[in-house]
Design a protein around this ligand. Structure first.
Ligand code: CTP
Length: 400
């Protein structure tokens, strides 16, 4: 898979830089052409001579060679690469990447590269756990940078914890996966897909509302996965604090009624929809104009049914794609199968509140896909991976 691929290897100033030598070797053995950029500090951890010998290319560190003025073009290196991997990536470099700082050749190359970037964090466990580092990592991830797992283990500081750089073999696997994914990047070209996500908010008065625990993570991950594969995605989003994924058009809504209108309108021109939102089934019959004052008596709020958006799209969908979700706490499979038929869905993604690691707020999910032919149970995986599996199913639907 890596035969003839151009891999740009960025090395920053971390003890784990010694593992970059092995990574370079593994990549070369797999047939890849490897060029190396080092930050000035990285030279203290591994020599340019070692990396130049292993990669069979001169190492780029500075913007130009002071001896002869030879210019190292960060733009042409970014264009050359099929994949840019920064391994090891220090907390400092990750922070600079997240904030667009461009004070060395590696960073300017990152800012101008159009290929997939992979970051392999390597640092002390406390630095890794710090909220600033975690927020920077999350920012990069949101922007499409692949962040490799930092396994737990003994660190150079003598402490034990999370922060070690992933092993070179795991990094090669991440590069292979990124290149395979890139091949898939236009499989949904020309498809327009609506995704609903997040929780709706049903006002009681100007101050209070009825809502639920949905954070929107699953729906946003699906919108992102579909957009990466080339689909034109309209995300109809209830309240969340997530950022809009790159390339996705977002329409913000509050109530179930707003979401109904926005989703029905977006679906008119669409090839399909994924209904991931947690929509309120009931809304207060009346919204008080002013803040309701308390009294000594108990209080009753009368609720009326909201419209079922998925069922409405199911009624009008024809041969278009419709995917639903079911969150169940008992009789999971029968309930989900009933929803599949009742709402005229092509397939439904069942998650059970019984499974640990699935449900609201967490980054993982354990789901079962159910269609009219049968059931497929998936193991516990990240919401991003679940989104990829859903995107695979959507591709298969359009390929038929
Ligand atoms: N859904 C929707 N509009 C609604 C309610 C639900 O589009 N007003 C969609 C959800 O986005 C999800 C699917 O329907 O894809 C199942 O939602 P769920 O609330 O689990 O099912 P309900 O039909 O509301 O059934 P119940 O409340 O009995 O579980």
């Amino acid at each position: 898979m890596l035969q003839g691929k151009h891999i740009l290897l960025g090395i920053t100033g971390s003890i784990a830089a010694y593992k970059a030598a092995m990574l370079c070797r593994l990549l070369r053995t797999a047939g890849a052409d490897v060029k190396v950029i080092m930050t000035p500090t990285a030279k203290a951890f591994i020599t340019p001579l070692t990396m130049a010998t292993l990669s069979k290319h001169p190492i780029a560190v500075e913007f130009y060679n002071p001896e002869n003025g030879d210019w190292h073009s960060h733009i042409s290196m970014g264009e050359w690469a099929d994949c840019f991997i920064i391994a090891p990536a220090t907390a400092n470099t990750i922070a600079k990447m997240a904030h667009g700082v461009a004070d060395n050749l590696l960073l300017t190359t990152y800012l101008s590269a159009r290929c997939t970037t992979i970051v392999a964090p390597a640092m002390d466990c406390d630095m890794f756990a710090h909220v600033a580092t975690q927020e920077n990592i999350e920012t990069l991830r949101r922007r499409g940078v692949i962040i490799t797992e930092s396994p737990e283990g003994e660190l150079a500081s003598g402490l034990t914890g999370k922060g070690r750089m992933a092993e070179p073999e795991a990094l090669v696997a991440a590069i292979e996966a990124a290149i395979a994914q890139k091949k898939k990047s236009n499989t949904l070209d020309g498809r327009k897909i609506v995704v609903t996500a997040g929780a709706t908010i049903e006002a009681i008065d100007p101050v209070r509302f009825i809502s639920n625990h949905s954070t929107g993570k699953m729906g946003y991950a699906i919108a992102e996965a579909l957009a990466v594969r080339g689909a034109e995605v309209e995300l109809v989003s209830g309240r969340t604090n997530l950022a809009v994924p790159a390339g996705v058009k977002r329409t913000d809504v509050l109530s179930a009624e707003d979401m109904y209108r926005a989703a029905v309108a977006a679906f008119e021109e669409a090839d399909g929809a994924v209904m991931c939102a947690a929509v309120a089934d009931y809304t207060p019959e009346e919204v008080a104009e002013h803040k309701i004052k308390k009294s000594d008596d108990d209080m009753v709020i009368r609720l009326r049914r909201t419209k079922d958006i998925a069922a409405e799209l199911g009624r009008t969908k024809g041969s278009r794609l419709l995917v639903g979700f079911a969150l169940e706490s008992c009789n999971e499979l029968t309930n989900a199968e009933d929803k599949l038929r009742r709402k005229n869905l092509d397939f439904i993604v069942l998650n059970s509140l019984q499974d640990s690691g699935a449900g609201f707020g967490v980054d993982t999910n354990k789901v079962t896909f159910i269609d009219h032919e049968g059931r497929t149970e998936l193991p516990l995986m990240s919401k991003r991976e679940v989104a990829e599996r859903i995107a695979d199913r959507i591709e298969q639907f359009f390929d038929k």
